[in-house]
Design a protein around this ligand. Structure first.
Ligand code: SER
Length: 319
């Protein structure tokens, strides 16, 4: 039986991963851990919730002992645009946090999931069909922590036998918790505006093509990778995975098919545009497909339909 700790549990990925893990492994076997932010009631009601500081090894070790944890999903991190606002803090949380959790995993023999990102690539990376193994020279602090994180996880696996595994997530689209300060956030914000019948001002240029994925696919990918037989994994830290690749104008068109009255204009944010311009358009995820059977379910059309349906319910619940 798996006993799981999820750091960053109140964030964009964590708030959707925790309920799925609790359904699968039992509520008491999944400890949600967050930093400062007051959790939603459902976290408190549906299983254990703890407050942690991801760079405090002692308190994380104590949690791991208390709940006899054997697997950690380490999600606590700053996203790309936020990291550019405060690079020192981003290094501290993203890098020192990861190293702390890897040390805990080493001492307590835990498996570890680490989310890398399209941000681990940079302007010299081939942007189309970006290979699994290629040039990785990102020019953002976020990207630097992701490449270093991938390498550190590999190092802990080879040197200390820590069963660390990871994927390079594309932009993630979800309706439950807003991402905080990412470059791909437009693809989430646009839906909030659309279902509220408000116009949207997109902060990326219309032709900016990026890899994207709907959250249910992202959650399934993380769990499937952690469930995979270790013997079949070659590129364990970290696998390219993608589900769709689109530009803001294509997403706008997809939403307009469902909501013809929706309107979008552009007001480009130079910081986030520069970050987006340094990332791949479309990753080659054949290693993940071949090694552990990765297969996305949602494309732009089915994601758009589901997002609008789910977000309408969410928005009507809070208004
Ligand atoms: N969605 C993230 C960001 O935009 C990329 O991994 O920062």
């Amino acid at each position: 039986m798996k006993r799981i700790l999820v750091t960053g549990a109140t964030g964009q990925i964590g708030s959707e991963l925790v309920p799925v893990l609790r359904d699968k492994y039992g509520s008491d076997n999944v400890v949600a851990a967050g930093h400062r932010r007051k959790p939603e009631d459902e976290f408190i009601d549906s299983g254990p919730y703890e407050t942690i500081e991801t760079t405090d090894a002692e308190s994380i070790s104590a949690l791991v002992k208390k709940y006899r944890i054997d697997t950690i999903y380490h999600l606590a991190a700053l996203l790309s645009a936020k990291a550019e606002e405060n690079p020192q803090l981003a290094w501290h949380i993203n890098m020192n946090g990861l190293q702390t959790v890897l040390e805990v995993a080493r001492h307590h023999h835990c498996a570890l999931f680490f989310p890398s990102s399209i941000g681990a690539f940079g302007p010299s990376t081939p942007p189309d069909n970006t290979p699994q193994v290629t040039l990785q020279r990102p020019n953002t602090l976020y990207g630097i922590t992701k490449v270093a994180g991938e390498l550190l996880c590999d190092y802990y696996f080879k040197k200390y036998d820590v069963d660390a595994r990871g994927v390079r997530f594309p932009g993630l689209i979800s309706y439950k918790t807003l991402p905080g300060g990412g470059t791909t956030d437009y693809a989430v914000e646009i839906f909030y505006a659309a279902v509220k019948n408000e116009p949207y001002r997109c902060f990326l240029k219309e032709g900016t093509r990026l890899d994207m994925m709907y959250m249910p696919d992202a959650i399934r990918a993380a769990i499937e990778l952690m469930e995979a037989d270790a013997r079949i994994l070659t590129h364990r830290n970290a696998y390219n995975i993608t589900a769709m690749s689109f530009t803001p104008d294509q997403l706008y068109a997809s939403i307009k098919k469902e909501l013809p009255g929706f309107s979008m204009t552009y007001e480009v944010d130079p910081l986030r545009q520069a970050i987006a311009d340094s990332w791949p358009h479309k990753m080659d995820d054949s290693a993940a497909r071949a090694e552990w059977g990765w297969q996305p379910e949602y494309d732009i059309e089915s994601m758009t339909k589901d997002m609008i349906e789910k977000l309408r319910k969410e928005v009507s619940n809070v208004t």
